[in-house]
Design a protein around this ligand. Structure first.
Ligand SMILES: NC(=O)c1ccc[n+]([C@@H]2O[C@H](COP(=O)([O-])OP(=O)(O)OC[C@H]3O[C@@H](n4cnc5c(N)ncnc54)[C@H](O)[C@@H]3O)[C@@H](O)[C@H]2O)c1
Length: 261
């Protein structure tokens, strides 16, 4: 039986990678989805692929009004909003703190925190009233970097810890009306982009090298693909998780059992 039958979902960063896999999986489970992404080309492809089950908004998660437009679009098109997935994010490519100049450090902080952290504040704020009406739920895409070092550099790791702080406090404040949870994917083969201020300080590796490194780092030795995480999102979004809030569900090949956490 479809787990998300009739649910209306708003997702950020759904034009690529993990977000796109979630959009496809949610629609297979009977949901209708509104996607905000800065990639107009990616959104056009999504519309061609998924037709009437999807609405798209080209915009930026750092702009509050873009989230308001997306929520309004979801409600106008589908009558309500049941689920928010705050997923858009960017990466620091393991840039080393000591190598980066103070100026680049500051620019990188502003850019990465605006997207990864403020983007989630804004998404949650824009969606909260509609989710209250439906007693819905929020899911944040965090990362193994939200718990452990060496899932990125200081910018990415601190931003993912911050998102977890946001979700815990929101889960507390928004109960009993709205559940708030997160999925923490481990290293995954996607096009996750590296922010410009840090590009001079990092090596961008090819997919084959990335796959080897991801496999080596997780006990299940999986070079994870975006589709590997969709089960975690479906569970948290569905009514089967009605007793789950404030939780981070790791989908990372077992980082916790490395014994390093
Ligand atoms: N790939 C990994 O190894 C990995 C691991 C753990 C967590 N994550 C997290 O998963 C999430 C999705 O990343 P992904 O790996 O699928 O990368 P991706 O680049 O394939 O997808 C991210 C999407 O977000 C969009 N986006 C980025 N900045 C935006 C902005 N300012 N406004 C609107 N849209 C924006 C991009 O256009 C893209 O479609 C991120 O939060 C990332 O931190 C990724």
């Amino acid at each position: 039986m479809a787990e998300l039958s009739g649910k209306s979902v708003y997702i950020t960063g759904g034009a690529s990678g993990i977000g796109k896999a979630v959009v496809e999986a949610f629609i297979k489970e009977g949901a209708v989805v509104t996607v905000l992404d800065r990639s107009a080309d990616g959104l056009r492809e999504l519309e061609q692929q998924l037709g009437d089950s999807v609405r798209t908004i080209t915009g930026d998660v750092t702009v509050y009004e873009d989230h308001q437009r997306a929520v309004q679009c979801a409600v106008e098109a589908f009558g309500k909003l049941d689920i928010l997935v705050s997923n858009a994010g960017v990466f620091d490519a393991f840039a080393k703190f000591v190598d980066v100049t103070p100026e680049a450090m500051s620019d990188a902080y502003d850019m990465l925190f605006s997207i990864n952290v403020k983007g989630s504040f804004f998404a949650a704020k824009a969606a909260v009233d509609e989710l209250k009406r439906t007693r819905g739920n929020m899911i944040f895409t965090v990362s193994g970097a939200g718990f452990y070092p060496d899932g990125g550099g200081v910018w990415y790791t601190a931003s993912k810890h911050a998102q977890i702080g946001l979700l815990r406090q929101l889960a507390f404040e928004l109960a009993p009306d709205i559940r708030v949870n997160a999925v923490a994917p481990g290293g995954t083969l996607t096009a996750l982009s590296v922010i410009p201020p840090l590009r001079p300080f990092v090596n961008i590796v090819d997919n084959e090298t990335k796959a080897k490194s991801i496999k080596r780092r997780n006990p299940l030795q999986i070079a994870m693909e975006a589709e590997d995480h969709v089960g975690a999102y479906i569970l948290l979004a569905s009514d089967k998780a009605r007793a789950i809030t404030g939780e981070v569900l790791a989908s990372d090949g077992g980082l916790v059992v490395r014994g390093l956490g």
